[in-house]
Design a protein around this ligand. Sequence first.
Ligand SMILES: O=C(CO)[C@H](O)[C@H](O)COP(=O)(O)O
Length: 220
Amino acid sequence: MTQDELKALVGQAAVAHVVPGSIVGVGTGSTVNCFIDALAPLKDQIAGAVSSSVKSTERLLALGIKVLDANEVSSIPVYIDGADEIDHGGHMIKGGGAALTREKIVADLAERFICIADASKLVDTLGAFPLPVEVIPMAATQVIRRFGQAYGGQAQVRAGVTTDNGNVIVDVRGLQITDPLAMEAEVSQWPGVVTVGIFARHKAKVCLLGTPEGVRTLTF
Ligand SMILES: O=C(CO)[C@H](O)[C@H](O)COP(=O)(O)O
């Protein structure tokens, strides 16, 4: 099975976790695109979606799925999103698609984060994937310097990318994130950091993992 087929498999499987009549939180990325496509036939059975990016909003609307403003929603039963890496505790690296800030906002509104990913995303220790950090542009150099001092690794601004919120992404390579909760808490406090792409406080409760043998369900 190709990676695209595995993504389609988990995108389809995620539909069974949507609570009928409720609002669904929708993440961003190629795996989530498969979920959005699979959700479209059920659009009349949900109250709408809260989206985590302009790209996902456009896809949802194009398929006739109602998109609600996050400010008008107090709670969402389920948030479905992909990940760049997920460990065996449900902690994730996210933000490969630069949507991490809105993803964390929607995840914060949700009771359950359901991660959909192909099996290549499951890792023992987070950090082989460069850690994305959304940063206010004037703080980029200071945040890069601070990463070097605090954790080592090589940090650089992602070329040619501006987030939906008008900020830049700093990608940090060469990290071994052994305590995701601690690193998330620390980096989140640095001036100019909008969001760090470690999802430990908002970790997945369930991961639907696409494998050649079918969907493996991990619970955390
Ligand atoms: O965090 C994300 C976007 O900011 C995505 O969930 C992550 O990059 C995975 O994307 P894909 O499903 O395309 O592999």
